[in-house]
Design a protein around this ligand. Structure first.
Ligand code: SF4
Length: 382
């Protein structure tokens, strides 16, 4: 335990090179044959958080998913499943289709499981730190082998999203909301304790810095990392991104309860120093420039992410320049101020008690279309 491989291509890897890189990263931690046996059902968990933003670094590179499917089949898997539940903003079927992951997987003979439609099983969390039982995709838990395939990204709430956070895709959206309400950091730590992962292959071919997990800047690292130890992989990857354990609450929590031991970390392949760079940190405030004021107190990352996503939409629609005096009030502890220059948008179910104080948008979180309709109304956009 504790061994993590790092492989790097000198240039952006071509399609034909991807499979070799994936294989090399796994060979350095014991090879796929040590994980997948003949006849096994293998579940792959890539990151297909959305289908709406298609730039590199947002989703697990489709070529890496294809390579992994083929490698598992070559190792003797009787069935390979690609299992995913996308983020709030996109129905999972849409994410899997728009990203091209569904078509690519099915073309290779793999099946695709939408976690939001899958049967769930409830798993108790022994010695839980925040949640005593969690409902998880039955397909994922029922597989003989589970392979995690995250992307290296910054994240607006956890600061990074790597292997541990990627597991959130094996719970449905209803449970994602619960996680955000009770506190994402401890909830994902509890989740990681009930979802055994046999192998993690981290896509850092194109990583993301700044406003992750969807709207940041692409970092072409041309790198893959692999480990049989999920937490050691996250420790090594966070160091590649220039983070210290002390900065990352979920790693601190994992360390506190003994889920990994930094002294046992063993890097094989490229040394961390050779690939490391200091990733730009995600903004922790909600400032979007002139014309937009977000009054936030206790907002979950789901609503914060929705606001980021809407600003992205407005930019794409070339409407940002027309926004004047937009006030968004968000978060369970927020109070709608009096005397604002414009009618505020009161965002989300947790502010229902103040719905009369502005233009109320229902939802937990509200969806983009509803928010955009409200913005059009209060800002009188064409
Ligand atoms: S509506 Fe409130 S409780 Fe629901 S996601 Fe937004 S901030 Fe959290």
């Amino acid at each position: 335990m504790g061994r993590v491989s790092i492989v790097r291509s000198a240039k952006a890897p071509k399609d034909a090179e991807i499979k070799g890189l994936v294989k090399k990263s796994i060979d350095l931690v014991g090879g796929l044959g040590s994980v997948v046996k003949k006849g096994d059902v293998v579940a792959l968990k890539p990151n297909v958080v959305t289908g709406r933003v298609s730039k590199p670094g947002v989703l697990t590179d489709k070529r890496i998913i294809e390579a992994m499917i083929t490698l598992c089949q070559e190792a003797g898997a009787s069935e390979v499943q690609v299992v995913e539940g996308s983020g709030y903003f996109t129905p999972t079927d849409e994410a899997l289709e728009k990203s091209g992951v569904k078509a690519a997987a099915e073309a290779l003979g793999a099946s695709v499981v939408n976690v939001d439609k899958d049967e769930l099983i409830e798993i108790p969390v022994p010695g839980h730190i925040i949640i005593d039982k969690i409902q998880v995709s039955k397909s994922f838990m029922g597989a003989d082998v589970r392979i995690n395939m995250p992307v290296m990204k910054t994240h607006d709430q956890l600061l990074v999203t790597l292997g541990v956070k990627n597991l959130k895709g094996v719970i449905p959206k209803t449970w994602k909301r619960i996680f955000h309400r009770i506190g994402l950091v401890k909830a994902v730590v509890d989740l990681s304790r009930v979802v055994p992962i046999d192998l993690t292959v981290l896509d850092a071919v194109n990583a993301m810095e700044g406003l992750g997990p969807s709207f940041g800047e692409v970092v072409p690292l041309n790198t893959l990392m692999a480990s049989k130890d999920l937490w050691s992989l996250d420790l090594a990857a966070s160091r590649v991104m220039g983070f210290d354990v002390e900065e990352l609450d979920y790693l601190k929590e994992g360390l506190r309860i003994g889920l990994f031991d930094p002294k046992k970390l063993e890097i094989v392949g490229e040394p961390i120093e050779k690939v490391a760079r200091k990733f730009k940190r995600p903004p922790t405030d909600l400032e979007f420039g002139e014309g937009i004021t977000v009054i936030s107190d206790g907002a979950c990352s789901a609503c914060r992410g929705t606001i980021h996503s809407i600003v992205y939409d407005l930019e794409q629609m070339k409407k940002m320049g027309e926004i004047r005096d937009l006030f968004i009030v968000v978060g369970a502890n927020a109070k709608v101020p009096k005397g604002l220059k414009n009618t505020p948008i009161v965002m989300g179910t947790c502010l229902k008690a103040q719905e009369e104080e502005g233009c109320y948008v229902v939802g937990c979180p509200p969806n983009n279309d509803q928010m955009l309709a409200a913005i059009r109304k209060v800002c009188k956009l064409a």
